[in-house]
Write a protein that binds this ligand. Structure first.
Ligand SMILES: NC(=O)c1ccc[n+]([C@@H]2O[C@H](COP(=O)([O-])OP(=O)(O)OC[C@H]3O[C@@H](n4cnc5c(N)ncnc54)[C@H](O)[C@@H]3O)[C@@H](O)[C@H]2O)c1
Ligand SMILES: O=P(O)(O)OC[C@H](O)CO
Length: 347
């Protein structure tokens, strides 16, 4: 459907989370002419961003427009008509709980985080639904797809989806986020887009391990393809729509994260494949690799729904039970031979 929202309207948007993606999206929205307030978790970051107009820790060398305001008060962002959640998933519940009292009636909540909560196995739409009463939030949307924050901030062409059950709202958000370098497609499959974005991180860890072990392009392509079969199988059981997994949030983001040099999840996998210990790898990182925590959630979700996910299961054993990556690969390769036919997805 064409987006006929031709007349430009500047919106007030609160971005919750000044990591690389939150900062990049704040820049994008500001350059699109919107008024943006960016909430920082670290108190000291506010003064630093104000002074240098650059997020040196999470998005270095990108100039932050004078129009973007920085804050550490949740009220300043949660009280705006559009609230864009971009914190790592495992921290998001606490942040939303602290901000819920400031939310205005009929606000629009958008999440751009990619993960599944460990304790509850909830995606971000579930978390938001748990905390924010329907009477307050008129609509929820998820923004996802193959996007490295740095490339978006540099204005390199990218394409994403914005999914909402409220199609009119998805269209409005499409117009708010789109520009000549950032192409937004609408989608109605909220759970599918959320699960695709979260689960691809687990497969990217596996692809990184494969590269770290010195395996070749064949192994990587096999992991991407069979990984997508697992993501689709689990997603369908959770109520997602099949076509989502062939789209930008599905195959698009999976390919990017399993092959792109900028992926933090793939990086963690490479280091694991090279023999480093997980805690040492994470101790050296200031950024988040969501797949590390989401692996446990994905494994438990698959067990809950009795879905076969061999790659995710081996990733769970590597990350949570100290299994050697080489042993995990052997186990995957020695599984009973079978048909590629995925018709069992629908069972
Ligand atoms: N970076 C990307 O290219 C990219 C692209 C698409 C989606 N995402 C998703 O965006 C979300 C945010 O990731 P990011 O890459 O912007 O983050 P990041 O790795 O760049 O930075 C980490 C963030 O976590 C915050 N943080 C650390 N401890 C915290 C705590 N205790 N409570 C609250 N916040 C805390 C930091 O302030 C910082 O904003 C993730 O779900 C990620 O998967 C990232
Ligand atoms: O760096 P990663 O692995 O967190 O991936 C970033 C984005 O999710 C890619 O779309």
């Amino acid at each position: 459907m064409r987006n006929d929202r031709l007349k430009f309207k500047s919106e007030l948007i609160g971005v919750v989370g000044a990591g690389s993606w939150g900062t990049s999206l704040a820049t994008l929205l500001s350059s699109n002419g919107h008024d943006v307030v960016l909430w920082c978790y670290e108190n000291e970051l506010v003064a630093d961003l104000d002074l240098h107009r650059q997020n040196k820790k999470y998005l270095p060398d990108i100039y932050l427009d004078e129009k973007i305001r920085f804050t550490n008060k949740l009220e300043d962002v949660f009280s705006l008509p559009y609230v864009l959640l971009v914190s790592p998933t495992q921290f998001s519940r606490k942040i939303i709980e602290s901000g819920v009292d400031f939310i205005q009636k009929n606000s629009t909540i958008i999440s751009a985080s990619k993960g599944i909560e460990q304790n509850t196995l909830s995606t971000m739409s579930d978390v938001v639904r748990n905390i924010i009463p329907d009477s307050l939030s008129a609509s929820y949307a998820v923004l996802s797809g193959p996007t490295f924050a740095m490339e978006v901030a540099q204005g390199k062409p990218s394409a994403v989806v914005v999914a909402s059950k409220n199609i009119e709202k998805a269209s409005i958000l499409q117009a708010i986020f789109s520009n000549s370098n950032f192409r937004v497609y609408t989608n109605c499959d909220v759970i599918g887009v959320e699960l695709a974005g979260a689960l691809k991180n687990v497969i990217a860890l596996a692809a990184g391990i494969s590269d770290g072990l010195g395996y070749g392009f064949n192994a990587r392509a096999a992991l991407i393809t069979r990984g997508l079969a697992e993501i689709r199988r689990l997603g369908l059981r959770c109520g997602a729509l099949n076509h989502t997994f062939a789209g930008l949030a599905g195959m698009g983001d999976l390919v990017l994260t399993c092959t792109g040099e900028l992926s933090r999840n793939r990086y963690v996998g490479i280091k694991l494949g090279q023999g480093m210990i997980l805690s040492d790898i994470l101790a050296e990182m200031s950024m988040v690799a969501e797949g590390v925590k989401t692996t446990l959630s994905a494994y438990l979700l698959a067990r809950k729904y009795n879905v076969e996910v061999p790659i995710i299961e081996q990733m769970y054993m590597i990350l949570n039970q100290g299994k050697k990556p080489q042993d995990a690969v052997q186990e995957l390769m020695k599984r009973e031979l079978r048909s590629e036919d995925n018709s069992d997805c629908f069972l």
